[in-house]
Design a binder for this molecule. Structure first.
Ligand code: DAH
Length: 347
């Protein structure tokens, strides 16, 4: 019987380490120690063994059982380790250099912003900057937008809590209401308050509105603002500049038209449409691209310029809209999702 026991153990020693899966393991375990298992069969024979041989034989069987259990435990541990390794995937050497090196690409909004500034610099404009956290004064009051104007509604504009709520922040004026600027037109006021005309500035930047995001709206987006103040500036100058700008950016087949409109800070005011059927995905004949007009005398008075001496034009437009036209992008959300498949398409 001792030899038979050794034979069963030897068989298990050879077989158990080769098991790969839990079902294989369970089947093998049953074959050795299950109710009909080979080792169990030895125990069942004990009854037939003469009494005096039983202790010695029992000891042998027990020793075999302990050894077999150790082998079963080892086989199960090996299977569990294999399962974990399969879940983890191939080993990663974190000290290796990344395969993703190589230069990044510029964001399409950066490309359009830089190109517009380049086009405008060529005709004498310089880039001006202004803060995104603005006061009502620069964003609305100085731009002749009265306090009951719908644009100033808390539904449309992100206001900050009053200065008192922030504690004593030295750069905040307690008498002012702070907000996230709704347009870059605030930079017109900031620029004019810095010094006398002539002025010729372009100011690209981020703006904020309480809009629900969809394919054409975003609560923050980008605008580009231009202001020209000098003697004898006319609507003709404004139209000529816009024709030049859009032809330079979108191609010489691009044409613009003005539609009468109302803005508090310009008089007369227009909305600007352009036609550019040569561009990808442009199906409509006329596309609205921005607002413009001749600077309203009340705005000049607000900054201390004499409206009898100075005249000027201003316009503002959305950079996303321009980039969408230029590159044939049909959903504004692509600009903000940082999806490399999108971003890599722009050089
Ligand atoms: N601020 C306007 C807007 O956000 C755009 C605009 C209209 C800018 C007329 C101007 C202007 O400078 O003269 O919709």
């Amino acid at each position: 019987m001792q030899d038979q026991l050794s034979a069963v153990l030897a068989k298990a020693t050879a077989e158990l380490p080769t098991l790969k899966t839990r079902p294989e393991f369970e089947a093998a375990k049953a074959r050795y120690v299950g109710p009909h298992g080979e080792l169990t069969a030895f125990m069942k024979q004990m009854g037939a063994v003469p009494k005096e041989q039983r202790p010695a034989l029992g000891k042998l069987i027990n020793e075999a059982k302990v050894k077999l259990q150790a082998q079963l435990d080892a086989a199960l541990a090996q299977i569990a380790a294999g399962e974990l390794a399969a879940q983890l995937g191939p080993a990663v050497d974190v000290t290796l250099p990344s395969p993703d090196i190589g230069p990044g690409t510029r964001h399409p909004l950066t490309l359009v912003r830089e190109e517009m500034c380049r086009i405008l610099r060529k005709v004498g404009f310089t880039v001006a900057d202004g803060p995104e956290v603005e006061t009502e004064y620069y964003c609305f009051d100085a731009l002749n937008t009265p306090s009951d104007h719908p644009a100033r509604d808390a539904q449309d504009t992100f206001y900050f809590p009053t200065a008192a709520r922030f504690g004593n922040v030295s750069r905040m004026n307690p008498g002012e209401k702070y907000l996230l600027r709704t347009h870059t037109s605030s930079v017109q006021i900031r620029t004019m308050l810095k010094g006398p005309p002539p002025i010729r500035i372009v100011s690209p930047g981020r703006v904020y509105r309480r809009d629900t995001t969809d394919a054409t709206h975003s609560a923050n987006f980008h605008q580009l603002e231009c202001l020209y103040v000098d003697r004898n500036v006319t609507v003709r100058d404004l139209k000529a500049l816009l024709d030049y700008v859009f032809a330079a950016l979108l191609g010489s087949d691009t044409k613009t038209r003005f539609r009468p409109h109302y803005f508090g800070y310009t008089e007369p005011s227009f909305e600007v449409d352009l036609t550019a059927k040569h561009l990808p995905k442009v199906k409509k004949e006329w596309i609205e691209i921005g607002g413009c007009g001749m600077v309203d005398p009340t705005v000049f008075e607000a900054v201390g310029y004499d409206p009898e001496v100075w005249s000027g034009y201003a316009f503002g437009m959305g950079l996303e809209r321009l980039a969408m036209l230029l590159y044939g992008i049909d959903d504004i959300r692509y600009f903000y999702q940082n999806d490399l498949r999108f971003l890599k398409q722009f050089a």
